[in-house]
Design a binder for this molecule. Structure first.
Ligand SMILES: [Zn+2]
Length: 580
């Protein structure tokens, strides 16, 4: 009987950070990517978007998407431009929103490259966009929409060269995740493993959408987001969004403008609904409200059309019940909005939500220097983003190459989050049946992911770790293979063959035999993942060994074991006695 192909999982993004979600599943020769997100925030992460993808994109058979946020879909046009021609599976909502998000991302990148070239602040000459509108248009035909709560077999038969091998068949099921419209958790069953991707999880209730559901089947291996894995969202002490209402009242009274940077997708809808409720309840005066985000306006239309996604108690027109609401379309109107004398007191909702780009930048340039204005941040602000700097109380922020003083009032309304907090995540995990045996805390900053892993171990008694970027896990291993077997596992299933520079007499050195002083030239370091294991690896590096391939996690009956193969990389030592 032929042995069934092994299933491995590689963390290619959102490990050690919140953005760049990409998880590679391999089943024998078959490669499937779950999410294809852009790295955002700090430069060291953003630069990764420009690195070659770790496997040949043309060798991927399928891409599965949990939802349409840029940090989950924003890398797709690079994949398709560089050779991925397979289907992209997601819900209908994700398909529609992803098109809006990707077109906008391409346009932004084209504009930024143009801007940088004009103003000369790019280090690259000429500055290039990561991808263009044409790249996005070329890939839209690859999306395939799926229903929630139904099983789909990915046979790989959609195109030549893939599929037909029953040993590599894969079944998936999407479950409502309640984070943004179309968002899903994804169960994946391979012939040898079962794994559940939480995707970004909503809170137990969403102001506009149907609430998240617990997947009907749990899995031994679960990846769970940990954006807020170390904290709970504040429970409003008085009325909901009283802080936001208060800022609007104060700012309008002093003749200022309230600028609300908001993600175009979902956040704009939720902010509009909130303002409409505040006005209805007369907690704020009726003020002119501008939605200055063409993407936000387009997304709103999707929210109003895909009514199956909405809460049962919500009418599609309910979240636009604002008497004085204007959607700003043209760039000229956008610029005029915050020019001196542009308008009286008003609320402007504009993207992007972390002020990393988009129309909100010009408004910040105009509004931040004046103390009568206010900026209200509405959600998670990634490290290194302008939104995070503002939230942390920066006195000045850099926009398009120049520093802008921050004199306007800055308020961070954390009630707007549509990410599950620690309690929400724990209740989702605890409800899974069967319970997971291994949980991977992904999509969180390192502290947050580690704190959640510790909480899961303590409260649920389940193994949990925060994986490192590039780690490979064997999902179907039940025990540590024998030494030879472990070496087989160590062959990186996805990374390009490590290139070792060999020259001169070093080329003749045996790569696996012992060193002249008796030490092995190849060692396999194993231990429980964590600081102690890291020290073990660093000690070996100190001696003269270097890593051979990425670190690997092996699931064993006693939990997770970390393994790192190292080979001797320093000059060949002399044999005792001095004769080399
Ligand atoms: Zn998201």
């Amino acid at each position: 009987m032929a042995t069934a192909p092994r299933t491995t999982l590689t963390f290619l993004g959102a490990a050690g950070t919140v953005t760049g979600s990409k998880y590679l599943l391999t089943v024998g020769d078959r490669r499937i990517l779950v999410d294809s997100g852009l790295f955002q925030g700090e430069k060291k992460w953003r630069l990764k978007n420009w690195e070659p993808f770790p496997v040949e994109p043309g060798s991927l058979s399928d891409v599965l998407l949990t939802h349409a946020h840029l940090d989950h879909v924003g890398y797709l046009p690079v994949l398709t431009r560089t050779g991925f021609t397979g289907p992209i599976w997601c819900t209908e909502g994700t398909r529609q929103l992803a098109e809006i998000v990707l077109r906008d991302a391409a346009k932004l990148q084209e504009q930024e490259a143009e801007d940088a070239n004009e103003r000369g602040y790019s280090k690259h000459h000429p500055a290039q966009p990561l991808y263009t509108t044409a790249d996005v248009e070329a890939m839209l035909g690859q999306f395939v929409a799926l229903e929630y709560d139904a099983d789909f077999e990915l046979t790989g038969n959609e195109r030549p060269g893939f599929g037909a091998d029953p040993d590599e068949r894969i079944t998936i099921r999407l479950t409502r995740a309640g984070h943004i419209l179309g968002s899903a958790s994804i169960n994946v069953w391979t012939p040898t493993a079962s794994v559940l991707f939480s995707g970004d999880l909503g809170r137990r209730e969403h102001p506009v959408l149907k609430p998240r559901e617990i997947p009907a089947e749990g899995a031994p291996f679960v990846l769970v987001e940990s954006t807020y894995g170390d904290r709970d969202h504040p429970v409003p002490v008085n009325l909901p969004h009283e802080g936001f209402a208060d800022v609007i009242r104060r700012t309008i009274a002093r003749g200022g403008t309230v600028l609300v940077p908001a993600f175009a997708i979902d956040r704009t809808e939720v902010v509009l609904k909130t303002i409409s409720e505040l006005e209805r309840d007369q907690r704020i005066p009726d003020v002119p409200v501008y939605v200055n985000s063409p993407m936000g306006t387009r997304a709103l239309r999707v929210y109003q059309t895909l009514t199956d996604e909405l809460r049962d108690d919500l009418r599609p027109d309910e979240f636009v019940a604002i008497p004085d609401l204007t959607a700003v379309e043209s760039t000229e109107d956008s610029i005029r909005l915050t020019e001196p004398g542009g308008h009286g007191p008003a609320v402007i909702i504009s993207s992007s939500g972390m002020a990393t780009g988009g129309r909100v930048l010009r408004h910040l340039e105009e509004l931040l220097p004046d103390p009568k204005n206010a900026v209200v941040l509405t959600g998670y602000q990634g490290i290194g983003t302008r939104g995070r700097h503002l939230s942390d109380g920066a006195g000045q922020i850099k926009i398009r190459g120049t520093y802008v003083p921050v004199r306007a009032e800055v308020f961070h309304d954390r009630e707007f989050s549509v990410h599950a907090d620690r309690t929400d995540i724990m209740s989702w995990l605890a409800a899974l049946d069967p319970r997971p045996t291994q949980v991977f805390c992904i999509h969180g900053e390192p502290d947050s992911a580690a704190a959640l892993a510790a909480r899961i171990k303590a409260d649920l008694g389940v193994q949990a770790i925060a994986p490192r970027l590039g780690e490979v896990v064997l999902l179907d291993a039940t025990e540590i293979p024998a030494h030879a077997g472990v070496r087989a596992v160590m062959t990186p299933p996805v990374a390009r063959a490590p290139r070792q520079e060999v020259r001169g007499w070093f080329a003749y050195a045996p790569l696996t035999g012992p060193l002249p002083d008796g030490r092995p030239s190849y060692r396999l370091l194993t231990g429980a993942p964590g600081d102690e294991f890291d020290h073990l690896v660093s000690a070996a590096m100190g001696e003269g060994y270097g890593p051979s391939g990425p670190p690997v996690l092996v699931a064993t009956s006693n939990g997770i074991l970390a393994a790192q193969a190292v080979t001797w990389q320093a000059p060949w030592p002399e044999a005792p006695g001095g004769i080399g």
